[in-house]
Design a protein around this ligand. Sequence first.
Ligand code: MD6
Ligand code: FE
Length: 206
Amino acid sequence: MPGAEFAPLPGFRLLPGFLDAAQQRELMQQVQAVLEQAPVYHATMPKSGQPMSVAMSNAGALGWYTDQDGGYRYIAQHPETAQPWPAIPPVALDVWRAVVPDAPAPEACLINHYRDTAKMGLHQDRDEADFSAPVVSISLGDEAMFRLGGTSRKAPTRSFRLSSGDVLVLGGEARLAFHGIDRVIAGTSRLVPGGGRINLTLRRVT
Ligand code: MD6
Ligand code: FE
C-alpha cells in the first residue's frame, strides 16, 4: 500500500532513558557475568544453515536457539557447554516488574550482541506457546535503528532510534508486530566492552 500512514499498534511502548547511566553499568556487569558462564555463539538459520550476524546467549530457565536441523525453539541448556542458562540479571528482572507489573515472571532472557555490521531482519517473536504476556527489551551500548511494522509483513513500517538504557515493550496487539534492527551506529557508546550493542529480550515462553 504505497503511501500508507504508519501508526504503531496499541501495546507498543518505547521508554527512552528508562535506565540511568549507573543502572546501565550495573546491568552491563551482570550481563558480562552471564556471558562468562554462557559464552555467545552464532546460531544458524533453519533450512539454509546460514549463521546469524548477531552473536547470542541466554539467561533464565529457557533460552531461544536455532540451528539448521531443529529450527527456532527454546532450550534449557547452552548448546555448546550443555550447562543450564545462568539466572536472569537482577536489574533486567527489576525492569520487567516495573514496566509490566501484571505479567508473570519472565522465563527467558535472550542476549543479542551486535558487533560491526551485525543486524537483524524483520521478524515476529512467535516461538512462545503463549502470546498474552508482553515482550520487554532493554538496549545497552551503541545506538541502533529499530524498524517496527504491523502484524503483516507487508504493513507499513517506521524506524526508531534506540539508545543505551531505552526499554521497549511489545504487548497487546503489538505483541506480534514485525520488527528488526536495520543497523547499529558504531562508536555511539562506550558501555559495552570491546564496543557494539547488547539487547536483552525478556519473555514468557510457556
Ligand atoms: C534488538 N529486538 O533490539 C532486537 N523483539 O536487538 C527484538 O527482536 C525485540 O526489541 C521483541 C520485543 C522487543 C525487541
Ligand atoms: Fe524480536
